[in-house]
Design a protein around this ligand. Structure first.
Ligand SMILES: Cc1ncc(COP(=O)(O)O)c(C=O)c1O
Length: 390
């Protein structure tokens, strides 16, 4: 089955939907058993049917099944945020005394978790150059339990050679986790390319409307039992309402993403020709580190990329972004609306050095008409120039 068909049909089992199109929102804590015998049967196999709210209801099962099928995994778990999906996935495999390798381009709160919580648990984190590829073999040793990848990287968008990293990691007995949020389940076949766990901040494109926090992790046969054991041991669950909204978002992911992609590429190319912009870090554009790997492994892009400005201080950046009419200033991305965010990768790099011609701005291109966005950016760049940038 092709992915667009899976997006529409996944998880719509008749015994969960009762014959209507969308699974209803089953909110539950207590589930009642018919008899003592049914209770005992439930305890023996709690996955078989409704058991207790924390284990999920048909609303959760429908979303989990749709994602599991899309990613070709053995199982999917749902988490209260993308961050929770990342931390619980690491905790599923790393133990005291272990070492983990984490890409230097990881999402900042992921680094924070490694540098604080994991450190206190005597789990060592070694950061590596996101473009390391097969040379990661030189960093792997008997204590290395897992390699965390994020492709493309947060803020700087380096595309990682997942198959090469996975081949080295697996040869050394380590698992590979991927923060696959940017590609969504549609644009990178993460498990087939070597990841053992594909993690998504569903908060972004899967939900798609900037109104729910949710994370997902889908694992292959090897990783699923431990991933699930840790998620249930930690008591991680999400509300049925949030699962339902994510499932609603998932159905239209393909068409939304296609529009985000074309809008973003149009704007990225326009920005590339502007004298105020030194570099456009968009994996689909040749300037982006790892662009060849993007062309080899990814089937498309999304609305998120960065630009490096040519000069300009904080005041010039403020002049640029404060007057924008169609771009909100805010965290997160993946909703239908455009956003802009100044960020400094230098603060969150330790294995590599961030060198730039000026400040970095991360843009999320929404579903507005790109002509309006370009007019807005053009006026912003004029303000940036007047304030001494460019
Ligand atoms: C690449 C990436 N991974 C994970 C997360 C965390 O997701 P959440 O905000 O749902 O915790 C984010 C959030 O911005 C992100 O950009």
């Amino acid at each position: 089955m092709k992915r667009d068909t899976r997006l529409v049909e996944g998880g719509r089992r008749k015994d969960w939907t009762h014959g209507i199109v969308n699974p209803p929102i089953f909110r539950a804590s207590t589930c009642l058993f018919e008899s003592y015998a049914a209770l005992r049967a439930g305890i023996a196999n709690p996955d078989a049917d409704l058991f207790y709210g924390r284990r999920g209801t048909p609303t959760h099962w429908a979303l989990r099944e749709a994602l599991r099928e899309l990613e070709g995994g053995a199982g999917t778990w749902l988490y209260p945020s993308g961050m929770a999906a990342i931390t619980a996935s690491i905790l599923a495999f790393a133990r005291a005394g272990d070492r983990i390798l984490v890409t230097d381009s990881a999402y900042e709160p992921t680094r924070h978790f490694c540098d604080t919580v994991l450190k206190a648990m005597d789990i060592e984190t070694v950061y590596y150059d996101p473009l390391i590829g097969a040379d990661i073999a030189g960093l792997l040793d008997a204590r290395t339990r897992l390699v965390l990848t994020e492709s493309p990287g947060s803020l700087s968008f380096e595309v990682q050679d997942l198959p090469a990293i996975a081949a080295s990691a697996h040869a050394a007995g380590a698992l590979v986790l991927l923060d696959n949020t940017w590609a969504t389940p549609l644009h990178l076949d993460a498990l087939a390319l070597g990841a053992d766990v594909s993690i998504h901040a569903a908060t972004k494109y899967i939900v798609g409307h900037s109104d729910v926090m949710l994370g997902t992790a889908t694992a292959n046969d090897r990783a699923w039992p431990r991933l699930k054991r840790m998620a249930t041991a930690l008591g991680l669950t999400v509300s049925a309402d949030d699962a339902w909204l994510a499932l609603r978002g998932l159905r239209t992911l393909g068409v939304r993403l296609a529009r985000h992609e074309t809008n973003a590429i149009e704007i990225a190319n326009w920005l590339k020709a502007r004298p105020e912009v030194a570099r456009v870090l968009h994996p689909a554009l040749p300037d982006c580190p790892g662009h060849d790997i993007f062309r080899r492994d990814f089937t498309g892009s999304c609305g998120l990329f960065s630009i490096v400005m040519r000069g300009g201080d904080e005041d010039a950046i403020a002049a640029f972004i404060d007057g924008l009419e169609h771009f909100g200033i805010g965290f997160s991305w993946g909703g239908y609306e455009s956003l802009i965010l100044p960020a400094d990768p230098a603060r969150v790099r330790s294995a590599t050095r961030w060198q730039a011609e000026g400040p970095l701005l991360r843009l999320h291109i929404g579903l507005e008409d790109p002509a309006d966005l370009i007019t807005d950016l053009e006026a912003g760049l004029a303000r940036f120039r007047r304030a001494g940038g460019g």
